[in-house]
Design a protein around this ligand. Structure first.
Ligand code: XIL
Length: 412
């Protein structure tokens, strides 16, 4: 009896271990490594209602985190359809539905964004005279942060407290963007310091981020961002991280330089999150380009894993068709709309998380393979990208055949 029970326990343990090993979804492999991996989401607005079930199912199956692509922005919260609201009147519906979806699916939420020069409420833009004074502007910002961060208190992993406050093109560092009403009406970066302090007071568990684009590497803007956040740290402002938006193009970024920037930010005691990743293709997208894109996604996840404080990795959208960079650039991890299909880029991120020594095959792929130990093939960067099936054909880890250009580049 004892032996039988032991055998049953042993075999159920084996089954559990085997199924844990074969769950090679991005969500499973990222969660296993302590990485929050996510996508920016558009429902209920924007996304085609008819496709919402497929969209939501793909999100929950493949990510452990979401961020609202637009729903938590001041402008969106200040509108019902095309109708603008007035001060203090918020349309919480879309943002609430995203947070509820996340909680129902055991996912985390990144908050985007409490203070940004763009997509502000129309009523706020139209203020003039005393209504646009420094004091009133700070009051409006404080009220907004208290309402927004207060509503989702305890439910937000990371808030982008201030988004894109640095000018795009150099200037004396740190150079602030002058087209920000927050900056021009307040007349200084007092609004930045205050925004972090107010957010921290409202939700002391949320990690607070400065988020920007174009300064991911050791360039002039990266220096500006570094100087801004070092100043915040020196003044005792509660900032916990820097968000690197990472709106990139295939081959258009320098991982060594980004790594150096990440390490100097980490040395300030800050986290570094990849917050809005998309990697565009140009021209007609063919499978050779999709495999080059895969290597780009993969090396960014590998970079994130190689620095101490990079724990969050967010794509700016789920599927190419709905990317703000344009469907034709095929910038994201999924293709398709009604049926969502994992792209090579998706498997690139998975492979980086698995490390090249661990390979998990889908049941479909295993069915095609010569057992017990199929010959695995690696790409230029060493990651496993294919295996030889029973008939000697090389297939990817989903069991699909690989394009000739990719097969040529492989080494066993
Ligand atoms: C973009 C959204 O993706 C679009 O749908 C919207 O029309 C404009 O904003 N930096 C940011 C994001 O911080 O909020 C922006 O999102 C992309 C650039």
């Amino acid at each position: 009896m004892q032996t039988l029970r032991a055998l049953i326990l042993l075999s159920s343990g084996l089954v559990a271990a085997a199924s844990a090993q074969t769950d090679s979804s991005l969500r499973a492999v990222a969660t296993a490594r302590g990485i929050s991996v996510g996508a920016a989401v558009t429902f209920p607005g924007g996304n085609n209602i008819a496709n919402r079930p497929a969209y939501q199912a793909a999100l929950a199956a493949n990510f452990n985190t979401v961020v609202a692509e637009n729903a938590m922005k001041f402008q969106n919260l200040s509108r019902f359809g095309n109708r603008d609201t007035t001060r203090g009147v918020y349309n919480w519906g879309p943002a609430d539905s995203i947070v509820e979806f996340a909680l129902a699916n055991n996912m985390k939420v990144r908050g985007h964004t409490l203070c940004w020069h763009s997509q502000t409420a129309t009523w706020f833009n139209n203020l003039t005279g005393a209504a646009a004074s420094k004091d009133t502007t700070l009051k409006i910002l404080k009220e907004h942060i208290q309402l927004l961060a207060g509503r989702y208190k305890g439910k937000i992993l990371e808030w982008d407290v201030v988004n894109e406050a640095i000018a795009q093109n150099g200037g004396t560092s740190p150079a602030y963007r002058t087209d920000s009403r927050w900056y021009s009406r307040v007349g200084s970066i007092e609004y930045i310091d205050s925004a972090f302090r107010w957010a921290h007071r409202v939700d002391s568990n949320a990690l607070l981020f400065y988020n920007d684009f174009g300064g991911e590497s050791m360039n002039a803007k990266g220096q500006n961002i570094y100087d801004l956040v070092s100043g915040l740290k020196q003044r005792g402002v509660p900032i916990h991280g820097v968000g690197l938006q990472a709106h990139f193009s295939v081959g258009g970024f320098d991982t060594a330089s980004i790594g150096e920037n990440m390490r100097r930010l980490a040395a300030l005691g800050l986290r570094i999150s990849i917050t809005e990743l998309d990697i565009t293709n140009s021209g007609t997208v063919d499978s050779t380009k999709l495999y080059a894109q895969k290597e780009n996604y993969k090396k960014l996840m590998a970079l994130c894993l190689s620095v101490p404080n990079c724990k969050t990795f967010m794509a700016w959208g789920l599927n190419d068709a709905q990317s703000w960079r344009g469907a034709n650039t095929a910038a994201l991890l999924f293709s398709g709309t009604a049926t969502l299909v994992k792209k090579p880029a998706y498997f690139g991120v998975v492979e980086a998380l698995q490390g090249s020594s661990v390979v998990a095959l889908t049941p479909a792929a295993r069915g095609n393979l010569s057992t017990p130990s199929p010959a695995l093939h690696r790409g230029a960067s060493g990651g496993v990208i294919g295996a030889t099936d029973a008939r000697g054909a090389v297939r990817d880890l989903q069991g699909r055949s690989l394009p000739a250009s990719v097969r040529r580049a492989m080494r066993p």
